[in-house]
Ligand binder design. Structure first.
Ligand SMILES: [Zn+2]
Length: 681
C-alpha cells in the first residue's frame, strides 16, 4: 500500500491522507529512525564534526516531522473519530521515542563532543548549546540511580497534573443551577438562555438548567441583572475543585497541589537547581527569579494607582461598593455607555477578503515582500488557500496555508503551526511553510465573512507568528523559525503585529463596508481606539497577581513546611490586587495554567512578551510605522534569527538598548505620554 505520509514530496498530499495511513507511517518512521540512529552512533567519528555527526540527527527529526505534522494538523482542522483514534494510538509511541532520545547518553555524548569541536558556525553553536541544556534539564547527565528517580518523578508529575485538570472538569460538571422563575434571568444573552432551556428539557425539568462551563459563567457574571444569581455563580466558580466547593470535597485539589509542587521542587533540586522556578527559567529569556520578580513588582507599583482609580470610577458609576461578582457586570455597562461601539456596527466594515488584502499590502509596504496566492495546491478543504511570500528579486522565501472558517470538524481558537521547517544544508534547501488557522464564521448566502475588531487582531496576531516562522534564514530546522525561541519571547512577533491593526492608516486600508466599500468612519474608529485602554490598570494588576503568585509559589516552596499556598496568595493579593476577594475564594485550586502544566513558573511570560512587543512597537511609533529601514532591522534581528541568538541580545541589536516597561504602560494608558517623556529625559 502506498502511503502519502511516507512519500517524499515538497508539500504534504493532504487530500490523500487517510486515518489508516497514520499508524503504519509513524511506526515505520520510528523504526527507521531507531535503526538509523544506531548506524549514526556506530559510525560517529571522534572529531566531533557537526555536519557528520549532528546534521544526520536533524535529518531524523525532519523525517518524523514530515510524517507527523500533517497528521497533527488534520487532527486539529479536519477531525473524525477514525483520525482521532489513529492519532491517540500514535501519541504514546511518539512520547516513548522522544523520551528515549532525550535520555540517550550516547546521543548526549555526541552533542557534547560536537560542541567541544565546533568552530565558527554560530547557528551550530547555539543548536548544540540548546540541545545540551535540554539534555541536562531532562537529567541525562545524572548518575544512574538519580536518573531513574528523575524519570519516575516526571512520569508521576504528568499523572498528577492530569488529575488536577480532571478534578477541575469533574467539579464543574457536578454543579448545576436550576431556575424556574424567568424574572431572575434578566440581562442574560438569549443564546445562553436557549442552551439552558434545552438542557432543562433534556433533563425533563421545567425552566432553565445552567452548567458551570466557562461561556455560561462569563455570560452570567457579565450580563445577569440579578445580583444573587451572579453571586451564586461566582461562588461556585471560585471554589471549583477545592474543599469549599458546594458540591462537596470529592474533587478537592488541595493535596494534589502540594504533591505537584513537591515533585517539581525535588526534580529541580536533583538536576542542580535551588527550586523549580530556577529550573523553569533555565530555558527562558528571563535570567533569574530575582529579575522576573523585579519586573513584575515594577509593573505592579506603576499600575496600582491606575487600577485603584478605575475601580473607584466603576464604583461611582454603580453608585455602590462592588463585590467581586459585580465587577464584570458594571464594567460591561460602563463600557457600553462610554464607547457605545458594538460588534454589529463594526463587522460590515471588515469583510475578510478586504482585511487580508490590506494585511498583504501592509507586509509589502513594510517588509517589501509580495504575497501571491498559488492555485492547484493540494489541501484538506476547498476553502483553504496557499500563499507564497516573494522577495523583491522574486525568490520565494516561505509560504503558508490559511484555513480561516469555523467548522464542526475543527478545534476551537486560532493558531499558527509549522508545516515544514527551513533547512539549508547538504545541498538541499527547503523553504519554511506555515499553517495559519482561525475560526471565523464563514460566508452565508447573503453576506461575506465579516470580522469584528477582535477577530482582526487575532488574524494579525497569528500572521505575526507566521512571519516569524517563514522569514527565518536559519539553516538548521531545530533552531529555525520559532524553534528554539524561549517561551517568554515567542509572543513578541505576534503581539507586535497586532499594533498595526489599531493604526488609523492601516484600519483604513483593511476596512471597506461590504455593501458600500466605505472605510470605517472616523467616529467609529476613534471610539474603537479609545476603548483599547478601558480598565487596562485593573487587567494589568489581575495578570500580575497570577504571575507573582505563580513565581513565588515555585521559588519559595520548602519541602519541610509545604507550599503555604493560602498565605502566599493572601500576601500577593494584599500587595497587588484592587478587587476585594471573599474569604471563600479558592482561585488556585483551578489554576490549570500552572498546575495542569505549561505555564508553571512561567505565567509572567504573557507580560514579559507584551513588554518586548510594546517596546519594539514604540520604535516604529517614533520612526513612523511604515519605516522600511526600521522594519528591515526588525526582520533581520528578530524575525530571521530563530533560536540562534539569545532574545535579549537580539532585542538589543534591534532596539539599541534593553527592553523597557514604559512603552507598555503608555500603550495601556497607565502612563501618559508626558510622563514617558519626562521619565526618558
Ligand atoms: Zn500567540
Amino acid at each position: 500500500m502506498s502511503n502519502p505520509l511516507l512519500d517524499s514530496h515538497d508539500l504534504p498530499s493532504f487530500s490523500q491522507i487517510r486515518p489508516e495511513h497514520v499508524e503504519p507511517a509513524v511506526r515505520r518512521v520510528l523504526d527507521d529512525n531507531r535503526a538509523r540512529l544506531n548506524e549514526i552512533l556506530a559510525g560517529a567519528r571522534d572529531d566531533g564534526d557537526f555536519a557528520h555527526s549532528v546534521l544526520p540527527l536533524e535529518e531524523l527529526g525532519e523525517r518524523l516531522q514530515q510524517a507527523w505534522s500533517p497528521v497533527s494538523h488534520l487532527h486539529g482542522v479536519a477531525n473524525s473519530p477514525e483520525l482521532r483514534e489513529a492519532y491517540n494510538t500514535c501519541l504514546p509511541l511518539l512520547t516513548r521515542y522522544q523520551t528515549e532520545l532525550a535520555q540517550d547518553e550516547r546521543v548526549y555524548k555526541l552533542y557534547r563532543r560536537a560542541a567541544e569541536c565546533n568552530g565558527k558556525d554560530r547557528a551550530a553553536a547555539r543548536l548544540l548549546e540548546l540541545a545540551l541544556r535540554d539534555f541536562h534539564l531532562s537529567g541525562v547527565d545524572l548518575p544512574d540511580d538519580r536518573k531513574q528517580r528523575f524519570k519516575a518523578m516526571m512520569e508521576e508529575l504528568a499523572q498528577v497534573q492530569a488529575n488536577f485538570d480532571q478534578n477541575v472538569l469533574d467539579s464543574m460538571a457536578a454543579w448545576t443551577h436550576h431556575e424556574t422563575n424567568a424574572d431572575h434571568l434578566g440581562g442574560i444573552p438569549a443564546a445562553t438562555l436557549e442552551q439552558a432551556a434545552a438542557l432543562a428539557k433534556e433533563a425533563s425539568e421545567a425552566g432553565w438548567l445552567f452548567r458551570l462551563d466557562q461561556p455560561t459563567y462569563i455570560a452570567v457574571v457579565t450580563h445577569a441583572d440579578n445580583r444573587d444569581l451572579r453571586h451564586r455563580f461566582y461562588r461556585a466558580w471560585s471554589t471549583r475543585a477545592s474543599e469549599r466547593a458546594e458540591t462537596g470535597t470529592e474533587f478537592d485539589n488541595s493535596d494534589i497541589i502540594e504533591k505537584i509542587l513537591a515533585l517539581r521542587h525535588e526534580a529541580a533540586e536533583l538536576v542542580g537547581f535551588d527550586n523549580f522556578a530556577e529550573y523553569s527559567l533555565a530555558s527562558k529569556m528571563a535570567g533569574s527569579v530575582a529579575e522576573v520578580m523585579a519586573f513584575l513588582e515594577e509593573l505592579a507599583d506603576r499600575s496600582h494607582a491606575a487600577a485603584e482609580h478605575e475601580l473607584q470610577e466603576l464604583e461611582r458609576f454603580a453608585g455602590q461598593a462592588l463585590a467581586a461578582w459585580d465587577i464584570a457586570y458594571y464594567s460591561e455597562k460602563l463600557r457600553e455607555e462610554r464607547y457605545s461601539v458594538s460588534d454589529d456596527e463594526l463587522r460590515p466594515y471588515f469583510p475578510l477578503d478586504r482585511v487580508i488584502d490590506g494585511l498583504f499590502q501592509l507586509v509589502a509596504r513594510v517588509y517589501g515582500l509580495r504575497i501571491e496566492q498559488r492555485e492547484g495546491v493540494d489541501t484538506w478543504r476547498p476553502e483553504v488557500c496557499y500563499y507564497e511570500l516573494l522577495n523583491t528579486d522574486g525568490d520565494a522565501v516561505g509560504s503558508f496555508y490559511t484555513d480561516l472558517f469555523a467548522r464542526k470538524d475543527k478545534r476551537n481558537g486560532a493558531w499558527m503551526d509549522e508545516c515544514l521547517n527551513r533547512r539549508d544544508y547538504g545541498g538541499r534547501t527547503q523553504i519554511p511553510v506555515a499553517h495559519l488557522v482561525c475560526n471565523f464564521a464563514g460566508p452565508t448566502a447573503t453576506k461575506p465573512c465579516l470580522l469584528n475588531h477582535d477577530e482582526v487582531l487575532t488574524l494579525f496576531h497569528e500572521f505575526g507568528h507566521t512571519l516569524h516562522h517563514v522569514l527565518t534564514r536559519v539553516a538548521y530546522p531545530s533552531v529555525a523559525g520559532i524553534n528554539g525561541v524561549p517561551w517568554d519571547a515567542v509572543e513578541l512577533p505576534s503581539q507586535f503585529m497586532e499594533n498595526f491593526a489599531w493604526e488609523p492608516d492601516v484600519v483604513r486600508s483593511i476596512s471597506g463596508h461590504y455593501q458600500t466599500d466605505k472605510p470605517l468612519p472616523a467616529e467609529l474608529l476613534d471610539k474603537l481606539r479609545a476603548s483599547r485602554v478601558f480598565q487596562a490598570g485593573m487587567q494589568m494588576v489581575r495578570q500580575l497577581e497570577f504571575a507573582i503568585f505563580d513565581m513565588r509559589l515555585h521559588a519559595e516552596f520548602d519541602p519541610r513546611r509545604g507550599s503555604r499556598l493560602d498565605r502566599v496568595l493572601e500576601e500577593v493579593r494584599k500587595r497587588v490586587a484592587v478587587v476585594r476577594y471573599p474569604e471563600y475564594n479558592r482561585f488556585a485550586h483551578a489554576f490549570a495554567h500552572i498546575f495542569g502544566g505549561g505555564y508553571a513558573a512561567g505565567y509572567y511570560s504573557y507580560k514579559w512578551a507584551e513588554v518586548l512587543a510594546a517596546d519594539a512597537w514604540s520604535a516604529f511609533e517614533a520612526a513612523g510605522i511604515f519605516d522600511a529601514e526600521l522594519a528591515q532591522r526588525f526582520r533581520q534581528q528578530i524575525l530571521e534569527v530563530g533560536g540562534t541568538v539569545e532574545v535579549g541580545h537580539a532585542f538589543e541589536a534591534f532596539r539599541g538598548r534593553p527592553a523597557r516597561v514604559e512603552p507598555l504602560l503608555q500603550q495601556s494608558g497607565i502612563l501618559s505620554a508626558e510622563e514617558t517623556a519626562a521619565g526618558a529625559a
